[in-house]
Design a protein around this ligand. Structure first.
Ligand SMILES: [Mn+2]
Length: 416
């Protein structure tokens, strides 16, 4: 017997208002829709039994009619292929009586007939949906509960029932699992924890809310699929859904399938050429970015390290010019350059030899660290009277420890 085969998606956030340049914003808006369409294609081609969505189908109740109609069209394609679509309400698409999710009409065909294989689970009390294959045989049970409002505070997971059926049982919920990776970046709506999942012998838990794909609870079949399309530089790498084959009484292992047409990459570069040449800098960045390119990619580059061009890299205009050139050279959809601490290279010997007050002070501080007599000369006389010489010297060395670096930075703070 084959199992219950379904695709777990979450956090589609259709119609998100993106940041970035206008062209990127438009590309990302289309990308979320394309990713959804690709997921539906995959479900149909693979003849899955169901597509289940763990909340946040759309980003905002002001969802445009165009996007709503695209959503309805994709759901209709599934239904016509005999595949179930079961979605639960999250904090962006809550299920309370006054909310938009009631007016989407996904459960109804154009001629007014009900689509029995399309279910939106809005209620805070879990409902069980018996999913059938095209012959009408029940292959699995999806149990889901929805958020009532944008700020659901109750633990909904603890309300899920034990289901004795001999069939694979799958929990579907938008929830903040405490202790999950990047949980701190997300609001604690419908909070849950290990004990809620451990007490039930479900084959799989399809969760949404946290956008980083992961097993949410160690050793249990509890998973976040992550969002379908990365929306900003924090949501990096391939994005898509989890395909699952669930069997009764056995914890299921999902497999990732990528659907997002655009990928965000966040890259730190701290090896910069030691030449005051813009083209050398650009060439070096392009070479270091090469392994992360390919496909439609948006880059966030964090620059650090040393370059003689450091003073120029503090100017937003200069960074913007470089962003445009890098986008051109790499073919990236968008390049965001951030200066996270670039400094000018320092030739210590040359600096020490230069006829400046900084150089003199630097020499003095460095010699004092090695020379107790000089330390005593620099110290206030009062100290000598109250401290043992060894303790006094250690204390003075500690006081001076950060000074050489500070003097170097101050001596090169101004452009040459
Ligand atoms: Mn959410």
């Amino acid at each position: 017997m084959t199992g219950f085969r379904f695709l777990h998606l979450a956090d589609l956030h259709l119609e998100t208002h993106f940041g970035g340049r206008p062209a990127t914003r438009e590309r990302l808006r289309r990308a979320t829709l394309e990713a959804f369409e690709a997921a539906i294609d995959y479900a149909i081609e693979s003849a899955l039994h169901a597509v289940i969505v763990a909340g946040d189908l759309y980003d905002d109740p002001l969802l445009s009619l165009r996007t709503e109609s695209l959503l309805a069209r994709q759901v209709a394609r599934l239904d016509e292929a005999g595949i179930w679509f079961v979605a639960t309400c999250g904090n962006h698409d809550p299920g309370g009586p006054r909310h938009r999710s009631h007016r989407l009409g996904l459960e109804t065909a154009a001629d007014g007939a009900r689509r029995p294989r399309v279910r939106i689970l809005r209620d805070r009390h879990p409902e069980a949906v018996r999913v059938t294959d095209p012959t009408g045989e029940v292959v699995g049970i999806v149990v889901g509960a929805g958020h009532a409002t944008e700020t659901e505070a109750a633990n909904l997971a603890e309300r899920f029932p034990r289901v004795a059926s001999g069939l694979p049982v799958v929990g579907l919920l938008h929830t903040h699992v405490s202790g999950a990776q990047t949980a701190a970046n997300h609001d604690r709506y419908a909070p849950s924890g290990r004990a809620d999942f451990e007490r039930l012998e479900y084959s799989y838990w399809a969760l949404g809310h946290i956008h980083a794909r992961q097993r949410a609870v160690p050793d249990l079949p509890v998973f976040y699929s992550g969002n379908l399309q990365g929306r900003n530089p924090k949501e990096t790498g391939p994005k898509g859904g989890l395909v699952v084959e669930a069997r009764a009484g056995v914890p299921a292992e999902p497999e990732f399938v990528a659907f997002a047409p655009v990928r965000w990459e966040r890259i730190r570069i701290d090896r910069l050429p030691n030449r005051p040449s813009a083209s050398a800098l650009v060439n070096s960045l392009v070479a270091q970015l090469a392994p992360r390119l390919g496909g439609a990619v948006a880059l966030r580059i964090e620059l650090a390290g040393e370059t003689p061009l450091a003073p120029m890299l503090r100017s937003p205009d200069q960074l913007e010019g470089l962003e445009a050139e890098l986008a051109d050279r790499t073919g990236a959809l968008e390049v965001q350059l951030r200066n996270t601490g670039v400094s000018r290279p320092v030739d210590r010997a040359q600096l020490a030899a230069s006829p400046t007050a900084f150089a003199h002070a630097l020499g003095l501080v460095e010699r004092a660290a090695q020379d107790p007599a000089l330390l005593d000369e620099l110290a206030p006389a009062e100290l000598a009277a109250v401290m043992h010489p060894d303790a006094r010297h250690a204390y003075l060395r500690e006081l001076l420890a950060d000074l050489p670096q500070e003097l170097i930075e101050r001596s090169i703070a101004e452009p040459a």
